[in-house]
Design a binder for this molecule. Structure first.
Ligand SMILES: [Zn+2]
Length: 321
């Protein structure tokens, strides 16, 4: 734990303290990150502008507001609301400057670049332990059958089941230590991350101890379990179409070729092309999952033969017609 003296020592050095987990801090300020745009050294977190209504009389629908992960500076390109992260904390929570400093210090202060970003210090009350998973059980046969998943694949990546609500439990773990950070709970028309703001963009779903030649990246954890059920090793999920810099680094550490199997929809294809353009020059070989002739937009909706052939037919972009 950081003592109060240490906190004030840190603060003296930082005129513009930036939380270690900017997206998590935004969440705690009731600003939901709707999109992330990765730049060379940092990420822009896009959200609906919290000052828009007050400044323009209309809510922001775009989103027009962004916060930079490295500098902590925020800006609304539409209404001009802008400042340093501490200003945002003051405005949102109605705090004095000193209190806003203390609030940011409790989130963990950092001034290093994203690459060296330390893990967010976790408050004891929000720390999740393995005991939290004791409420859940192995997925039942009918649930497994409904998604063509094998019990073995579920067991190998720790997928559980919440029987009272009939929901999948998909653990989210520290990629370095395996420590449980939280989980995703997924049912019919239901989806939740627990705890709110769990830093899932800093890890992947899948067997994080795996290292090999070819990894497969999917959006949804259950699709990664499906791939594993089909005998495809090295299947990981990014928890969505946006794949963070940290997630790509984790993948690059684990494989020599990455098959990009993001969903075959507009968001998935845009993300895929962006990842290719950004990471190919950095030495990661990438192929695209072969959706040609397949109506399904993700691997989870394909039958076994289609899923196997989409994987076997993964191709370099220049071979694509
Ligand atoms: Zn605005």
């Amino acid at each position: 734990m950081t003592s109060p003296t240490d906190v004030w020592g840190q603060l003296a050095a930082f005129s513009n303290p930036v939380p270690a987990d900017v997206a998590g801090a935004m969440h705690r300020l009731d600003i939901e990150v709707l999109r992330e745009v990765s730049g060379e050294d940092s990420t822009e977190f896009l959200a609906r502008c919290p000052a828009h209504l007050a400044l323009t009389g209309k809510p922001d629908r775009r989103p027009s507001f962004s916060v930079n992960s490295s500098s902590g500076l925020f800006n609304c390109f539409s209404c001009g609301y802008a400042g340093a992260f501490i200003d945002l904390v003051e405005d949102r929570l109605g705090l004095a400057r000193v209190e806003a400093y203390q609030w940011i210090a409790r989130q963990g202060v950092y001034r290093v670049r994203d690459e060296e970003e330390p893990p967010r210090p976790r408050e004891p009350e929000e720390r999740i332990t393995e005991a939290a998973l004791a409420l859940f059980e192995a997925p039942p046969a009918d649930a497994l059958a409904s998604r063509s998943l094998s019990a073995q694949a579920c067991a190998e990546v720790g997928v559980l089941w919440r029987p009272d609500k009939r929901r999948w439990i998909l653990p989210i773990r520290d990629p370095a230590t395996g420590e449980l950070w939280g989980w995703q709970e997924k049912g019919k028309r239901f989806f939740r991350n627990y705890p709110a703001g769990v830093p899932k963009s800093r890890t992947l779903f899948g067997d994080l101890t795996w290292h090999g030649q070819v990894a497969l990246l999917l959006e949804s954890p259950l699709d990664a379990v499906r791939a594993r059920s089909l005998g495809i090793q090295g299947a990981f999920a990014s928890f969505g179409a946006h794949v963070s810099e940290a997630q790509m680094r984790l993948l690059k550490e684990r494989c020599t070729t990455l098959v990009l199997g993001l969903d075959n929809d507009a968001a998935g294809r845009t993300s895929r092309d962006r990842l290719y353009a950004r990471w190919r020059p950095r030495g990661l070989a990438m192929k695209f999952l072969d959706y040609r002739g397949i109506a399904a937009t993700d691997l989870g909706d394909m039958d076994d033969d289609a899923a196997r052939s989409a994987y076997a037919g993964a191709h370099y972009p220049w071979r694509r017609r």
